[in-house]
Design a protein around this ligand. Sequence first.
Ligand SMILES: Cc1ncc(COP(=O)(O)O)c(C=O)c1O
Length: 474
Amino acid sequence: MERPDDTGCIRQQPGPAKLCADWNDESGWALPAVRGPLPGPLGVALIDVLARHESPGITARRARQGEARGLSKDPIAWVRAAGANVWDADGNRFVDLTAGFGVATIGHTHPAVTAAITAQASRLLHGMGDVFPNDRRIELMRALAEKGDEAGGLTQVILGSSGAEAVEAALKTATLAARRPGVLAFWGGYHGLSYGALAATAYKADFRAPFSAQLGTHVRHLPYGCDPGLIDAFVAGPATCGESIGVILVEPIQGRGGEVVPPAGWLAALREICDRRRLILVFDEVYTGLGRTGRWWASQLEGVRPDVMAVGKSLGGGLPIGAALARPDVMRAWGDSQGEAIHTSTFLGNPVVAAASLATLEVMDGLDIPALARRFEAATRDFFAPHGIPVRGRGGMLGLELGSAGAAARVMGRLLRDGFIVLPSGVLGDILGLTPPLVLSDAQRDAAFQAILHAVAAERAEASPLEATTESQP
Ligand SMILES: Cc1ncc(COP(=O)(O)O)c(C=O)c1O
């Protein structure tokens, strides 16, 4: 790994020479330290480059228009992270309450993961996907099968490189097993943005609108948590959509949709419908999986067993990976390979990513991630309930209900200036998502709670000055 030079800066070519001004705190468990404007001059220089070369639809342009939406002018540029801390290009230190989109569950750059990556990097960097499997990939299959067994015997695996790929592999598997082309998914669901996954994603209309003509009609949507009777009627006949439904795809708790927990018994009702009508039930556990909700799989919260499951995010410990897991009798629908796999990719089962994932799973077991998630939930509820801020979600996947559309982005901007990284969630942007590395220290967590309380009070005061003077007193 590159080390800072004697001025405390990393130097890389090409690109701006100075990427980091201060590199002193190595621990990962420190409180925030923000010393200047955000972003600082080094961050601005990086974002200038980004704005010139990245598609305007991605980072830079969005942030530069963000002033009107209450975001800071430009995003900070991350240059380093450890534990629950992230450092930006100007040496400001933050506490990350997002785990980088739910990835860094065991903390950023966990030493066991970086050691596994380093060791593997000099052994075998690249394998040959489906043709010549590598040893790390095979080991990972075994480890994943052990975990998948707990979700209901899901012991066979297809690997990929992202959550969206995992969802697509899961949908292909389910479609082969169901032998019917239609898929039922749910409003507010987020399953990724590649074409196959986007067909199922119904998070916000503008994510789909420009491409809707290319998304096909095989996926139909109903409201998340709606009356199971309606779902049963919907899947009952081809008359409803011209494609008979063979697959139900669902997040057991919606993540980007706003940490939405379905009504008690709803997932079990889906299971019952699938059993009765011989449909395949796919759980998208890309976000919820691997301990985040307080159980290894969110499906276990209600004791419901999916037939197929998509996994991603935290599995790679920070490296990109996705996996579809299924019961052997469901996976058998692929048949035997005829020499050329009809589902594969160049980097399938990449050995470095597989080594990182193996190390991550081992660390997760050692830390008892589900227990840490439950502990975080209890602390969050205890803290915010007396202040009248409703908390939803489960385990380490929580949302604070701020009560007005767009409020979360403004609170996010305030918190960033205090050194805490959060994300808005929910279709209306009224939910402040809390999905931190579950290893964050109590001091980091408590400081974050105080900062959030102040930021929410300030937001309320600005939105409604009279009410807030009375309401925001703890
Ligand atoms: C539930 C769920 N499924 C799928 C995805 C897509 O994963 P990726 O962004 O790795 O493609 C996400 C991403 O946030 C997700 O939350």
